[in-house]
Design a protein around this ligand. Sequence first.
Ligand SMILES: [Zn+2]
Ligand SMILES: [Zn+2]
Length: 169
Amino acid sequence: MLQVDIRELARGPVDIAGELAGNYPLFAGLDFVLAGPVQVRGRLQAAGEGRFYWHGRLSAQVTEQCRRCLAPVAVNVAADIGALFTPDPEALEDPESYPLARDATLIDVAPAVREELILAVPRYVLCHEDCRGLCPRCGHDLNAAPCGCAPAADLRWRPLAALKDKLRF
Ligand SMILES: [Zn+2]
Ligand SMILES: [Zn+2]
């Protein structure tokens, strides 16, 4: 659990170290797959006026699909986190701020972990830099072997060729 009792924070900063399981309910519905738990650490401290500031770090391994060939790719993700937990609704316009009920007795850093994890996961990954991808005609994985389809015409230049034809007449 990555929750800290606010009474403990009144006595001084509290170090957090732990993990959130990949199947933690807060992680449901993400468009990448966690390959294991999310490791979390950092220091939470009172910041006055009922606010608390957490400076932490997350690390995790996620599984994504290669953008070209759709093979699963393991990606290591890490991010620094600066999060302000505040009961002031106006402060919540800041994306680094998280709501805190005025009568809260605990601070749960998991929502900040979720947000920063989403930002830290790369949107496009390749299984390796020169991945050949899938054949656009038959779907064969061209990393394994050529598929025998005739090479596709280079579509990028067709609009230019059409324009040249128009200009000629
Ligand atoms: Zn690939
Ligand atoms: Zn093919």
